[in-house]
Design a protein around this ligand. Structure first.
Ligand SMILES: O=C(CO)[C@@H](O)[C@H](O)[C@H](O)[C@H](O)COP(=O)(O)O
Ligand SMILES: [Zn+2]
Length: 196
Protein backbone atom coordinates (compact mmCIF):
# COMPACT_ATOMS: atom_id res chain seq x y z
CA UNK A 1 0.00 0.00 0.00
CA UNK A 2 1.13 3.53 -0.75
CA UNK A 3 2.25 5.28 2.46
CA UNK A 4 0.40 8.47 1.51
CA UNK A 5 -2.85 6.55 1.12
CA UNK A 6 -2.18 4.66 4.35
CA UNK A 7 -1.54 7.89 6.25
CA UNK A 8 -4.73 9.43 4.86
CA UNK A 9 -6.68 6.43 6.19
CA UNK A 10 -5.00 6.71 9.60
CA UNK A 11 -5.93 10.40 9.79
CA UNK A 12 -9.51 9.63 8.74
CA UNK A 13 -9.85 6.99 11.44
CA UNK A 14 -8.35 9.36 14.02
CA UNK A 15 -10.72 12.17 13.00
CA UNK A 16 -13.68 9.80 13.22
CA UNK A 17 -12.60 8.80 16.74
CA UNK A 18 -12.23 12.45 17.78
CA UNK A 19 -15.75 13.15 16.53
CA UNK A 20 -17.39 10.27 18.39
CA UNK A 21 -15.36 10.75 21.57
CA UNK A 22 -16.00 14.49 22.07
CA UNK A 23 -19.61 14.21 23.26
CA UNK A 24 -19.35 10.71 24.71
CA UNK A 25 -16.80 11.74 27.35
CA UNK A 26 -17.93 15.30 28.20
CA UNK A 27 -19.66 14.39 31.49
CA UNK A 28 -17.14 11.84 32.74
CA UNK A 29 -14.25 14.17 31.85
CA UNK A 30 -15.88 16.98 33.81
CA UNK A 31 -16.27 14.63 36.79
CA UNK A 32 -12.61 13.66 36.53
CA UNK A 33 -11.54 17.32 36.53
CA UNK A 34 -13.65 17.99 39.63
CA UNK A 35 -12.27 14.94 41.46
CA UNK A 36 -8.68 15.95 40.73
CA UNK A 37 -9.40 19.57 41.61
CA UNK A 38 -10.84 18.55 44.98
CA UNK A 39 -7.77 16.41 45.64
CA UNK A 40 -5.39 19.29 44.95
CA UNK A 41 -7.45 21.66 47.14
CA UNK A 42 -7.33 19.10 49.95
CA UNK A 43 -3.55 18.81 49.70
CA UNK A 44 -3.78 15.44 47.99
CA UNK A 45 -2.07 14.04 44.92
CA UNK A 46 -2.81 12.25 41.66
CA UNK A 47 -1.36 8.80 41.00
CA UNK A 48 -1.17 7.68 37.35
CA UNK A 49 -0.52 4.13 36.12
CA UNK A 50 -0.99 1.87 33.11
CA UNK A 51 0.81 -0.66 30.92
CA UNK A 52 2.75 -0.25 27.67
CA UNK A 53 1.71 2.93 25.88
CA UNK A 54 -0.43 3.82 28.87
CA UNK A 55 2.67 3.66 31.11
CA UNK A 56 4.15 6.33 28.87
CA UNK A 57 0.96 8.37 29.24
CA UNK A 58 1.13 8.01 33.03
CA UNK A 59 4.62 9.46 33.32
CA UNK A 60 3.94 12.08 30.64
CA UNK A 61 0.90 13.42 32.55
CA UNK A 62 2.55 13.31 35.98
CA UNK A 63 5.37 15.41 34.53
CA UNK A 64 2.93 18.04 33.22
CA UNK A 65 1.57 18.52 36.73
CA UNK A 66 4.78 18.36 38.73
CA UNK A 67 6.83 20.47 36.29
CA UNK A 68 4.79 22.52 33.81
CA UNK A 69 2.13 22.22 31.12
CA UNK A 70 1.82 25.78 29.78
CA UNK A 71 2.37 27.90 32.86
CA UNK A 72 5.43 28.43 35.04
CA UNK A 73 4.04 28.28 38.56
CA UNK A 74 3.72 26.05 41.57
CA UNK A 75 4.33 22.32 41.43
CA UNK A 76 1.17 20.20 41.54
CA UNK A 77 1.38 16.86 43.34
CA UNK A 78 1.34 13.90 40.97
CA UNK A 79 3.31 10.69 40.55
CA UNK A 80 3.55 7.95 37.92
CA UNK A 81 3.72 4.43 39.36
CA UNK A 82 5.46 3.14 36.21
CA UNK A 83 9.02 4.38 36.57
CA UNK A 84 10.87 2.62 39.41
CA UNK A 85 12.40 -0.49 37.82
CA UNK A 86 13.71 -1.89 41.11
CA UNK A 87 10.27 -1.68 42.66
CA UNK A 88 8.43 -2.94 39.56
CA UNK A 89 10.75 -5.91 39.01
CA UNK A 90 10.83 -6.90 42.69
CA UNK A 91 7.07 -6.74 42.93
CA UNK A 92 6.44 -8.70 39.72
CA UNK A 93 9.14 -11.23 40.68
CA UNK A 94 8.27 -11.72 44.34
CA UNK A 95 4.49 -11.18 44.34
CA UNK A 96 2.83 -11.07 40.92
CA UNK A 97 2.60 -8.78 37.94
CA UNK A 98 -0.90 -7.78 38.98
CA UNK A 99 0.54 -6.29 42.19
CA UNK A 100 2.95 -3.79 40.57
CA UNK A 101 0.65 -0.77 40.92
CA UNK A 102 -1.53 -2.00 43.79
CA UNK A 103 1.47 -2.32 46.09
CA UNK A 104 2.47 1.28 45.40
CA UNK A 105 -1.10 2.49 45.89
CA UNK A 106 -1.14 0.67 49.23
CA UNK A 107 2.08 2.45 50.23
CA UNK A 108 1.36 5.95 48.91
CA UNK A 109 -2.36 6.57 48.57
CA UNK A 110 -4.27 8.74 51.05
CA UNK A 111 -8.06 9.14 51.15
CA UNK A 112 -7.81 12.64 49.66
CA UNK A 113 -5.87 11.37 46.60
CA UNK A 114 -7.06 10.35 43.14
CA UNK A 115 -5.70 7.21 41.44
CA UNK A 116 -6.05 7.31 37.65
CA UNK A 117 -5.69 3.90 35.97
CA UNK A 118 -5.18 4.02 32.20
CA UNK A 119 -6.14 0.96 30.14
CA UNK A 120 -7.38 0.79 26.55
CA UNK A 121 -9.13 -2.54 27.17
CA UNK A 122 -10.19 -1.73 30.71
CA UNK A 123 -9.13 -5.26 31.60
CA UNK A 124 -5.47 -5.17 32.67
CA UNK A 125 -5.21 -6.98 36.00
CA UNK A 126 -2.52 -4.67 37.36
CA UNK A 127 -4.73 -1.62 36.76
CA UNK A 128 -7.87 -3.23 38.18
CA UNK A 129 -6.12 -4.42 41.35
CA UNK A 130 -4.63 -0.97 41.97
CA UNK A 131 -8.04 0.69 41.54
CA UNK A 132 -9.60 -1.78 43.98
CA UNK A 133 -6.84 -0.97 46.47
CA UNK A 134 -7.45 2.76 46.02
CA UNK A 135 -11.14 2.24 46.79
CA UNK A 136 -10.34 0.15 49.86
CA UNK A 137 -8.20 3.04 51.17
CA UNK A 138 -11.13 5.40 50.69
CA UNK A 139 -9.58 7.44 47.88
CA UNK A 140 -10.97 8.19 44.45
CA UNK A 141 -10.36 5.42 41.91
CA UNK A 142 -10.69 6.96 38.45
CA UNK A 143 -9.91 5.68 34.98
CA UNK A 144 -9.30 6.30 31.33
CA UNK A 145 -10.49 3.31 29.29
CA UNK A 146 -11.66 2.32 25.81
CA UNK A 147 -13.95 -0.19 24.14
CA UNK A 148 -16.83 -0.79 26.60
CA UNK A 149 -14.77 0.08 29.69
CA UNK A 150 -14.17 -3.62 30.41
CA UNK A 151 -13.61 -4.57 34.05
CA UNK A 152 -13.02 -0.94 34.99
CA UNK A 153 -16.78 -0.43 34.88
CA UNK A 154 -17.98 -0.52 38.48
CA UNK A 155 -14.42 -0.20 39.81
CA UNK A 156 -13.40 3.23 38.48
CA UNK A 157 -15.52 6.32 39.08
CA UNK A 158 -15.21 8.69 37.31
CA UNK A 159 -14.46 6.50 34.30
CA UNK A 160 -13.79 8.15 30.94
CA UNK A 161 -14.42 5.61 28.16
CA UNK A 162 -13.28 6.33 24.61
CA UNK A 163 -15.86 4.68 22.30
CA UNK A 164 -13.41 2.92 19.98
CA UNK A 165 -12.11 -0.63 19.62
CA UNK A 166 -8.75 0.37 18.10
CA UNK A 167 -6.01 0.49 20.74
CA UNK A 168 -3.92 3.14 19.00
CA UNK A 169 -6.89 5.46 18.45
CA UNK A 170 -7.94 5.03 22.11
CA UNK A 171 -4.42 5.93 23.23
CA UNK A 172 -4.50 9.05 21.05
CA UNK A 173 -7.72 10.14 22.76
CA UNK A 174 -6.26 9.33 26.17
CA UNK A 175 -3.35 11.72 25.71
CA UNK A 176 -5.71 14.40 24.36
CA UNK A 177 -7.92 13.94 27.42
CA UNK A 178 -4.89 13.86 29.72
CA UNK A 179 -3.57 17.11 28.29
CA UNK A 180 -7.00 18.70 28.66
CA UNK A 181 -7.11 17.53 32.29
CA UNK A 182 -3.68 19.03 33.01
CA UNK A 183 -4.68 22.26 31.25
CA UNK A 184 -7.82 22.60 33.40
CA UNK A 185 -5.97 21.80 36.62
CA UNK A 186 -3.27 24.30 35.73
CA UNK A 187 -5.84 27.03 35.00
CA UNK A 188 -7.44 26.40 38.40
CA UNK A 189 -4.48 25.67 40.62
CA UNK A 190 -1.31 27.06 39.07
CA UNK A 191 -1.40 30.81 38.83
CA UNK A 192 1.77 31.96 37.08
CA UNK A 193 3.36 33.09 33.86
CA UNK A 194 2.40 31.44 30.57
CA UNK A 195 5.53 29.81 29.15
CA UNK A 196 4.17 28.95 25.70
O1 LIG B 1 1.10 0.94 22.99
C1 LIG B 1 0.64 -0.17 22.77
C2 LIG B 1 -0.24 -0.36 21.59
O2 LIG B 1 -0.39 0.87 20.88
C3 LIG B 1 0.93 -1.35 23.64
O3 LIG B 1 2.19 -1.21 24.25
C4 LIG B 1 -0.15 -1.50 24.74
O4 LIG B 1 -0.15 -0.37 25.56
C5 LIG B 1 0.09 -2.78 25.55
O5 LIG B 1 -0.23 -3.88 24.75
C6 LIG B 1 -0.71 -2.84 26.85
O6 LIG B 1 -0.31 -3.96 27.60
C7 LIG B 1 -2.22 -2.87 26.65
O7 LIG B 1 -2.88 -2.83 27.91
P1 LIG B 1 -4.30 -2.17 28.12
O8 LIG B 1 -4.29 -0.82 27.43
O9 LIG B 1 -5.33 -3.07 27.54
O10 LIG B 1 -4.44 -2.03 29.62
ZN1 LIG C 1 1.34 2.29 21.18
Amino acid sequence: MDPRQFLAEQFAEHEQTVATTRDAVAESFAALVEACSRAIEAGGKILFFGNGGSAADAQHLAAELVVRYRVNGRALAAIALTTDTSLLTACANDFSYDDIFARQVEALMKPEDVAIGISTSGNSGSVIKALETARAIGGTAAGLAGRDGGKMVGVADPLVVVPSTVTARIQEMHILLGHALCDMLEKRHRPGVQAH
